[in-house]
Design a protein around this ligand. Sequence first.
Ligand SMILES: Nc1ncnc2c1ncn2[C@@H]1O[C@H](COP(=O)(O)OP(=O)(O)O)[C@@H](O)[C@H]1O
Ligand SMILES: O=P(O)(O)OC[C@H](O)CO
Length: 492
Amino acid sequence: MPRTHILALDQGTTSSRAVVFDQAGRQVAVGQREFTQHYPRSGWVEHDPLAIWASQWSTAVEALGKADLVPEDIAAIGITNQRETTVVWERDTGRPICPAIVWQDRRTADDCARLKADSVESLFTAKTGLRLDPYFSGTKIRWILENIDGARAKAEAGKLMFGTVDTWLLWRLTGRSVHATDATNASRTLLYDIHRGEWDDELLEILGIPHCMLPEVRDSSGVFGESMEGIPIAGIAGDQHAALFGQACFSPGMAKNTYGTGCFMLMNTGEEAVTSRNNLLTTVAWKIGGKIEYALEGSVFIGGALIQWLRDEMQLVRSAEECNQLAATVPDSGGLYLVPAFTGLGAPHWDPYARGAAFGMTRGTNRAHFCRAALEAIAFQSAELADCMVRDSGIGLKELRVDGGAVRSDLLMQFQADLLGVDVLRPREIESTAAGAAYLAGLGTGFWKSREEIEGCHEIERVFSPGRPSDDMAPLMAGWRKAVERSKEWES
Ligand SMILES: Nc1ncnc2c1ncn2[C@@H]1O[C@H](COP(=O)(O)OP(=O)(O)O)[C@@H](O)[C@H]1O
Ligand SMILES: O=P(O)(O)OC[C@H](O)CO
């Protein structure tokens, strides 16, 4: 019997998802499960690696069940994942030695500041395309080696394994036999030279991380191993890279923005690793057929999570939909700006000490204004990224492809188009991340033959065109920039 479907495992920050795709690239079933976030101290964010694994596994079972398929129907598995989140486990027992340190975690801010004072940031940036920020895995690994009893000795003796979440899932899926990652995930660790395409011994030495802990780095598309059910695992990419692929942004200058927990804008720059002069990151778009293609990236830490915060912590609304309905009852935010620097600020500000703030409140400020300001904040942050990207690449943005949970908000999409002054294209399947993982796995096994075939699977559901003159938008953007400046260096 021919294998007819691809299974994408999309391990996100707040939930694990499994999505089954058919040959036409259409989603036929989805399983999704949230798992617990742990905030043991201010600025710390942790996950239980076993909860990640259990939730991911159960969503796969759920999705196959919903699609009425058995493992023998699946041609390949693609894995895509929250990036940078750091897992360290024992080679022998498979037991994690501590909770996973999540990408949002700021515990290594002081370590990064010390490294900056040692003037090594330019070295890290030149090799990795990143910055010395607690966001990335490198200083998180060092924290574990220095703070978990016996970890350093065990690591040096080859008894510990490091992995980003893709590696952790791959290792479990293959019955603990394959310890590997792909070049996109490696490019988020601060340890990988994106130009040479290798782990970098000089950076490992500076951070005191033994090479033997690291996974082998492979292409993003191609067979990594087989799951215990005999399904080839044939594609791996960090979620933002997978979304770029899933949105068929295959040519230089094409860009996408994903509105999930955070917002991540990536622009394909082809074979050229463009160095940013505007505080963006240079990253691996994907590695296929042994060839690395690159992207510029702007990473905003809190996007859709601001809406969750209004719902869960502030209890201002019962759902994201209600937030949108309320926001639509007012013509504007009434001068209110919300800066969601809950875990510091990412691109282009890079301030781990910034904290969330609300500015411009008056006696007339109400719940609807908060909802509107929250949606607008997501768009303002993304507009700042687009501005930097255009200046860095020298390529004018022709359109922006969007995806992720928060693009369900028409109000947000329209406001984004108004701010950017270009069309915002929302695809039929807003889960581009999962689609990208599926495409990479499908290409890796011959299920799909070419990028052209994949382009044919990509359908636009709605185009939001700019509807307001730029003269209206410039003062709003100026107000946003003022608010951001005031939220900086709050905690020190
Ligand atoms: N209708 C909506 N309007 C605005 N935001 C929404 C809406 N629906 C979902 N969201 C936001 O989208 C985010 C979830 O998107 P998703 O792509 O699933 O995130 P992740 O992969 O980061 O877990 C949540 O933060 C949620 O608040
Ligand atoms: O889980 P997401 O979709 O918010 O993505 C997280 C990013 O990969 C972090 O860099």
